[in-house]
Write a protein that binds this ligand. Structure first.
Ligand code: HGY
Ligand code: MN
Ligand code: MN
Length: 415
């Protein structure tokens, strides 16, 4: 009996990644496709063009998530959902997020080619703003879908130019016309996300597929420091309210406090904004981001709760405000989903290893509302959030083959 995985087409999957990479292509071979940008809209239109011949019904919700539905024989049964994100980091690669959306499309195309009509509908989803670089925090679309974040809260977030998510979403919808809307959220039977590992383990251990056991916890903050602009030549150190010096002192103190020899704590200051950012003016206003991660939730809580105190202690003559943008504890995916992925891979002769995710994914929010799981494939030397990100076509196809088998099983199940 032919299996859906037999119909996965390695070249088609690879070529679609190369086509998607043209939407926001950079001179050095990476991709800049920020959430709700014109490039994001182009990628969405491309998905519609690929989905239409398969009879997939496109729709979008109030959070800007996009769905492509393979209708099942029982329209009332909660659907199975698979996907990831199309937005990238500013200097991103061709595979982070995109692989999950295109592996979902490839798996569904294989299911259709195999002549399988699932009982449950299968939705391929492209979540809005997973990366959180233009609009912070990330995972906005999946968080709103799962009810972890209020829609109003995400719509009012502004980018560095003061553009709100609401108005960027309006522009995107104008650039992607005639897509029916659907209610935000709703019952989901199960969710499976395919993604590149964004680490070196699978490649080093020579596995093409990883069964993801869980995702480490992550807390993000924005620190805003208010000082006073002054002349670099005439103002004395005594009288200065130098917001950048205060920021440096805070970051130095946090780096010391969060340093662990075991190198498990992940502390990142990825964004630093200095105002007026002029060589001969003492900085009046500085803001910086904090991305803090740890696999042990208690540790993440304990360390994250120190941040506001440390910043206040190092503010000097400046004012400081610490805002927590997101907080998500570590999670373990249900064994039922891990076993299902492992068994599907075994059935089609794909070797797997269990692997923990140090990176965050939209599956984190779907885990709160339905049985969820993730399938990893290797990426070159674990390089990611970097224009040099790369993956092998054969690994991508193996991941899509396992995904196709899992989706058919889930979409055929009664309970
Ligand atoms: O930050 C993350 O973990 C994800 O790759 N956006
Ligand atoms: Mn991602
Ligand atoms: Mn990412």
């Amino acid at each position: 009996m032919s299996r859906p995985s037999d119909y996965v087409d390695t070249n088609r999957l690879w070529e679609r990644h190369m086509t998607m990479a043209t939407y926001g292509a950079t001179a050095s071979g990476g991709v800049t496709r920020l959430a709700l940008s014109p490039e994001d809209a182009a990628a969405r239109r491309q998905m519609i063009r690929w989905a239409a011949p398969l009879g997939l019904k496109a729709s979008t919700d109030a959070a800007g998530n996009m769905f492509f539905r393979l209708c099942g024989s029982d329209p009332d049964a909660p659907p199975v959902v698979t996907g990831s994100h199309l937005d990238t980091q500013p200097s991103g690669g061709k595979f982070d997020g995109v692989y999950g959306v295109l592996a979902g499309l490839e798996a569904v195309e294989a299911i259709v080619a195999a002549g399988i009509k699932p009982r449950r509908s299968i939705d391929i989803v492209a979540w809005m703003n997973e990366e959180g670089s233009r609009f912070a925090p990330g995972m906005m679309g999946s968080a709103a879908f799962a009810g972890a974040r209020a829609l109003e809260d995400i719509l009012r977030v502004r980018d560095a130019d003061g553009v709100t998510v609401a108005s960027a979403l309006e522009q995107t919808n104008e650039l992607v016309p005639n897509v029916p809307t659907r209610p935000l959220g709703g019952a989901v039977h199960a969710y499976v996300e395919a993604h590149i590992e964004q680490g070196p383990i699978l490649e080093r251990e020579n596995y093409s597929v990883g069964v993801v056991t869980g995702i480490q916890g992550k807390r993000t903050f924005r620190v805003v420091i208010e000082g006073e602009a002054a002349h670099a030549g005439t103002s004395t150190r005594q009288e200065r309210k130098d917001a950048l010096m205060a920021a440096m002192s805070m970051i130095q103190a946090l780096a010391g406090l969060l340093h662990d020899d075991a190198d498990v704590v992940k502390f990142t200051v990825g964004r630093l904004v200095v105002v007026p950012n002029a060589p001969s003016v003492v900085p009046s206003d500085v803001s910086f981001s904090i991305d803090l991660r740890h696999p042990v939730s208690d540790e993440l809580v304990r360390l994250g709760d120190c941040i506001a105190t440390v910043c206040a202690q190092h503010a000097g003559p400046c004012e400081v405000k610490v805002e927590e943008l997101s907080s998500a504890l570590s999670l373990e995916f249900p064994s039922s989903m891990k076993d299902r992925i492992r068994n599907a891979a075994d059935r089609i002769g794909v070797r797997t290893m269990d692997i923990y995710s140090a990176a965050g994914h939209d599956a984190r929010y779907m885990h709160d509302i339905c049985a969820s799981g993730m399938i990893f494939i290797p990426c070159y030397k674990g390089i990611t959030h970097n224009e040099a990100e790369s993956a092998l076509a054969t690994d991508m196809a193996d991941g899509a083959r396992v995904l196709a088998e899992v989706l058919v099983e889930l979409a055929s199940s009664e309970s």
